[in-house]
Design a protein around this ligand. Structure first.
Ligand SMILES: NC(=O)c1ccc[n+]([C@@H]2O[C@H](COP(=O)([O-])OP(=O)(O)OC[C@H]3O[C@@H](n4cnc5c(N)ncnc54)[C@H](OP(=O)(O)O)[C@@H]3O)[C@@H](O)[C@H]2O)c1
Length: 295
């Protein structure tokens, strides 16, 4: 439970039981948005007090499911879910992997399928390739046959990105000579600005997040001159305005996972009572893959 911006994430014993369809949470994914909400930096701040957690896996009426609870609340033993955003967990998948799947893979998949062109002839640059969205983007771009170059901030993280499937992994200070067709960018800030000149004609950069700082607006004149595009993706708003498209994408992704063409990467698990330590791991940039809480 988050009572104030910057506050601790304390366990509360006396919290109202969820009404309606409630999942017994076995794993809750920690997303970067949770960290931003706790810091008071998320553009759509919820009212406090607030139970964080917009992604869970667990049991519902004897089914093993993964779900995106609409009103968050996933850092809990039970959370109310919307049947529309509740899916069957693939056989043999762990709950931790289930809580690591929907947000990151949908965020990478929707632009790769609907907003940019990726063919086996494409080269895709994935920034922060060892992070949650980054791992998903590497796997999805490889699944579409592209060559993938990942960035990451340390040797260990670059080795991790190669293990996830990237063809090459480089530091952020080694990108300037690259030429690529698509950039997947969950980092923003200076990394976004420095990535624009890397685009081949008809290339596009997908702006996803600002983990490394807010964006500077690109020049439209420059984009016109270079035949380049900047596209944005914001999953939360798309779930509200184009739920059918997001739902179909989730079903398509689950089918890929069931065929072992994707493999969500759980980098660390923490007991629910250690949510603050899980956040600290992400804030200090020491995690790889997804961080998961287990009640
Ligand atoms: N638009 C959407 O709908 C949507 C959906 C999901 C996530 N997002 C956003 O996408 C971004 C990535 O999310 P995620 O779940 O993949 O998070 P994540 O696993 O924590 O990855 C963030 C990555 O950013 C890199 N990074 C660069 N500068 C950083 C800094 N100053 N502090 C912390 N990390 C920094 C880190 O990798 P290195 O250390 O290798 O640089 C880290 O692995 C976040 O901004 C998140 O809010 C957006």
């Amino acid at each position: 439970m988050l009572r104030e911006v910057g506050g601790d994430l304390a366990l509360e014993e006396d919290w109202p039981e969820p009404t309606g369809s409630a999942v017994a949470v076995r794993a809750a994914g920690v997303n970067f948005a949770d960290v931003l909400i706790r810091r008071g930096l998320y553009p759509q701040m919820p009212e406090l007090p607030h139970v964080l957690g917009n992604e869970v896996a667990g049991e519902l009426d004897g089914r093993r499911v993964l779900a995106l609870p609409r009103a968050a609340g996933g850092y809990a033993e039970r959370v109310e879910v919307d049947p529309q955003w509740t899916f069957t967990l693939p056989e043999n998948a762990s709950f931790a992997a289930g809580a690591s799947f929907l947000t990151t893979y949908l965020t990478a998949y929707i632009p790769l399928v609907h907003q940019v062109r990726v063919t086996p002839a494409s080269t895709v640059l994935v920034h922060a390739g060892s992070g949650g969205v980054g791992c998903a983007a590497i796997q999805l771009a490889k699944q579409r046959g592209a060559k993938v170059i990942a960035t990451a901030s340390s040797d260990e993280k670059r080795a991790f990105a190669l293990g996830v499937g990237a063809d090459e992994a480089v530091g952020y200070d080694e990108i300037d000579d690259l030429r690529v067709d698509v950039v997947i960018d969950p980092v923003g800030g200076e990394v976004f600005t420095r990535s624009l000149p890397l685009l081949n004609p008809l290339g596009a950069i997908v702006a996803i997040g600002f983990a490394g700082g807010l964006w500077s607006d690109p020049s439209v004149q420059w984009l016109v001159g270079r035949n380049a595009a900047v596209v944005g993706v914001y999953l939360g708003r798309l779930m509200k305005l184009q739920p059918q498209l997001v739902h179909e994408s989730a079903i398509e992704l689950l089918a890929l996972w069931a065929r072992d063409e994707l493999a969500p990467v759980v980098g660390a698990t923490f007991p629910l009572g250690e949510a603050a330590a899980a956040h600290a791991l992400i804030e200090t940039r020491r995690h790889v893959g997804k961080v998961v809480l287990e009640p």
